[in-house]
Design a protein around this ligand. Structure first.
Ligand code: 5AD
Ligand code: FES
Length: 363
């Protein structure tokens, strides 16, 4: 049996059947998969990890995704919005501590006020850091002109998870209205890429109604779309969301965790030089979940640098880790953790995806 897996792992690219075979492997085969993905990471990236200091600057959201704890319909939540100075302060913390980059994330809002505000913040962060801090944005679907203005103001990476590339599944986990359109999500991804951003996407793993077949299609989509960055994590129920009613039908958390690791390993093998995030949600299931992801293929970790008093309110899912910690706690904790994973944190560098540079040269 293991010879089939060995055979597949030697190939340069995989068919859908081969991807499915890899996602389903267990025991010795699973070890072979993880050994190979670790080897490829070491060859193309090295045993390295780059930080993106994560600033969750507001949990106010105009959308109502059926899985998400900060959805508009959740009334049991204290809503917050950091002041510009608080955001600047968090960015300064990242800069002083030589994190190469920050990631600005919030609930999704589209308005001229939000556009201007973020544009202004980008300018201020660039000035504060002498142009040295790299900036990733993750603030959802926006108009092409908005994406362009933010790019020109200094954001150079954008994360927009597609959540699932199966249109039917997408419509089951979102309300069926114009605000939650699968087509627009794909259009936005394309516009981001065309605007010049290093573009990242990803999916949740273990969603209700999701099959392994869907996940294989998700991986093929990412290769086809030629993404630069990937962020995938296990789906974790949130008690105050509509999808909670399917809790009894989900695969156990452990299995979701394991499948996420396999997805990370397989995408590392399929796209050797992209940036892959070790998602925080992994740590909600396993205390050393992120380290396990780093070992088998991930090279990006996002330490939370949101001011402590707001963290508890940015709960996308239950059991979110580190909500009681400060930015300093997260840093020292992660330093110890990453060295346990036999990897080294690279300070003072952007840590761009090598894939992006190669892709741009081809254009
Ligand atoms: N479980 C896991 N991940 C979630 N996200 C939102 N809600 C959940 C949940 N219940 C993820 C989505 C989103 C990202 C910011 O957080 O993939 O894109
Ligand atoms: Fe906020 Fe989905 S609930 S973007």
């Amino acid at each position: 049996m293991t010879s089939i897996i060995k055979d597949i792992l030697e190939r340069e690219s995989y068919s859908k059947e081969e991807i499915l075979r890899l996602l389903k492997c267990e025991g010795e085969e699973r070890t072979l998969l993880f050994t190979k993905s670790a080897e490829i990471k070491e060859k193309y990236i090295g045993r390295k990890v780059w930080f993106r200091g994560l600033i969750e600057f507001s949990n106010i959201c105009g959308k109502d995704c059926l899985y998400c704890g900060i959805r508009k319909g959740n009334k049991d939540l204290h809503r917050y919005n950091l002041s510009d100075d608080e955001i600047l302060e968090a960015a300064r913390f990242a800069y002083i501590n030589r994190y190469g980059s920050i990631a600005l994330q919030s609930g999704e809002l589209e308005s001229p006020f939000v556009t201007d505000r973020i544009e202004n913040l980008l300018h201020r962060i660039k000035v504060m850091s002498n142009g040295e801090l790299g900036i990733t944005l993750s603030v959802g679907e926006q108009e092409p002109d908005v994406y362009r203005r933010w790019f020109e103001a200094g954001a150079h990476r954008y994360l927009l998870r597609v959540e699932s590339t199966n249109k039917e599944l997408y419509s089951k986990i979102h309300p069926n209205d114009d605000k939650h359109s699968f087509t627009r999500r794909l259009e936005c991804l394309k516009i981001l890429q065309d605007t010049g951003y290093q573009t990242g996407t990803g999916v949740m793993i273990g969603l209700p109604f999701q099959t392994t077949d869907d996940l294989a299609d998700d991986l093929l989509f990412m290769r086809e779309f030629d993404i630069d960055m990937c962020g995938m994590g296990p789906y974790i129920e949130h008690a105050d969301t509509p999808l909670i009613k399917y809790s009894g039908e989900l695969m156990p958390l452990r299995q979701r965790f394991d499948l996420t690791l396999k997805m990370i390993a397989v995408i590392r093998l399929m796209m050797k030089d992209i940036n892959i995030v070790a998602a925080t949600a992994l740590q909600a299931i396993d205390p050393i979940g992120r380290e396990k992801a780093v070992k088998i293929g991930a090279n990006i970790v996002m330490p939370n640098i949101t001011p402590g008093k707001y963290r508890d309110s940015y709960k996308l899912y239950d059991n979110k880790p580190c909500t009681d910690d400060s930015a300093e706690d997260c840093q020292s904790c992660l330093e110890a953790r990453i060295s346990l994973a036999d990897a080294e944190i690279i300070y003072g560098e952007w840590g761009d995806s090598a894939h992006y540079n190669t892709r741009r040269k081809k254009v």
